[in-house]
Ligand binder design. Sequence first.
Ligand code: GDP
Length: 422
Amino acid sequence: ARQDAATPIVIVGHVDHGKSTLIGRLLHDTDNLPEGRVAQIVESSKKRGLKVEWSFLLDSLQIERDQGVTVDSTRIPFRLGDREFVIVDAPGHRQFLRNMITGAADAEAAVLVVDAAEGAQEQTRRHAMLLRLIGIRHVIVLMNKVDLLDYDPARIAETERAVAALLKQLDIEVSLFVPASAREGDNIASRSPHMGWYQGPTLTEALALVPAPSGRADLPLRLPVQDVYRFDTKRVVVGRIERGRVKVGDSLVIGTHGTVARVASIESWHTAPQISAVAGQSVAITLEPDVIPDRGDLLHQPGETPIRAARIRSRLFWLRQEPLRVGESFRLRLGTAEHQVTVASIDSVVRLDDLTEHPADHVPPEGFAEITLAASESILFDAFAPGTTDGRGVLVDRHQRIVGGAPLIGPAAIASGTKAIH
Ligand code: GDP
C-alpha cells in the first residue's frame, strides 16, 4: 500500500551545521518552492544586509506552522522527477526528538548534515545514535560548508574519515558522503564547478537512489485492535493492519488469551463488503464465534505468534529532564495497547564521548541505554525491526507525557535471585 507513497526523509545534524539552509536550497534548486517565496527570502535577506539566506525560508514556513496550534511536525513535500519525497521536520529540537522516537517522523532515509570544517559535534553523535535506535536504513552524510575549506579534497577527506569511524562504531551503514555547500549550491541539485575531483552523486542524485518504501503486505499478519463496536446483533472489531493481510475465512488468534476465531466478514462503510485487506488499510471485521477482543489485543494467525514475555529488554532513548532510575513505573504504549511497566534494571548506558556502553545507576536526559522492563502481565510483541512498526514502544508518565522511546528488542532473562513476576 505504501509502494507509491512519498518517501519520508529527515534532515539531522548539529545546530548551525546548515540544516535549514539545506532545506531552503534543496526546495529552491529543485523548483519546489511555492510562488513568491523566493522574492520573500531575497527581501528579508536584503533587509538584514545579507546574501540570500536560505534558512529564512524555513523560518517563514515556521510562522505558518506556529499558527496551526495542534501541528507539531511539518511535512514539506518535494518532487524529484517522478519521485515524491517528504521532509519531516519539527519546530524544536525536543519536538523533533519526540517525533523520531514515536514514529511520527517514520523516515525511510536520513541526511546527516556535518559542517566539514567543524566535524562531528555533540548533537551529531546524539542524532547518529537516534538514527541507529530507530533503525533508519539509508543515511546520506552531507559534508556541508566545503566552501569554507576552499573545496580542498584533503581537508574534506580528513573530516569524512572521522565521521565514517563514528558511524561505523554505531553499525550505521552510510549510503554516501556528499561534499557540498548548501549556501553556494554545490553538489545539492547540480554538480559543483569547484570539485572536479568528486565523481560521486549530488545530494538529489543520492536521494533518487534511496529505494522506495517496500510493502509490508507479505509479512505475517499483525492487526492491533483499536476498538470494538456493537451493531445490531453483531460486534465489529476495528483496527489498522500493521503488516500482512487478512481474508474472510482466516483463523485469527486473539491477543494474549489465545482464543481462535474465524473472520466472518470484512465490513466496509462505503462499498460492498471486501474479501481481503492488506497492510496500511483500516478494517472493520466480524468474528465467528462472536468473541470480544479488548482494545490493544494483537490479532495474528496461528503459527505466526509474536513474542510473549513479562520481562522485556528494551533499548531506551530518555527524554525527560530528570534522570531515569530503577524502580520507576510507566505506561508502555505499544500499538493500540498500554501496559503498566516498572524499570527492573538499567543494564548499560552509552557514554556519548566515545559511544561505549557502561554500567550506570541512572539514565541522563537525552541518554541512551539498555534497560529491562517488568510488566504486571505478559505482553505480546514483535522485536523491533527497522522500517516496521514492530516493537515500537513509548514510555508515558501518569500525565500522559512521553518520557522515552523504548524499542522492545526481546524477552529478558530473569536474573538469579530475582523473583519472577508471572
Ligand atoms: P541549522 O541550525 O543546522 O539549521 O543551520 P543553518 O541552516 O541555520 O545555518 C547556520 C549558519 O551556517 C548560517 O549562517 C548559514 O548561512 C551558514 N551556512 C549554511 N550552509 C553553509 C555553507 O554551505 N557554507 C557556508 N559558508 N555557510 C553555510
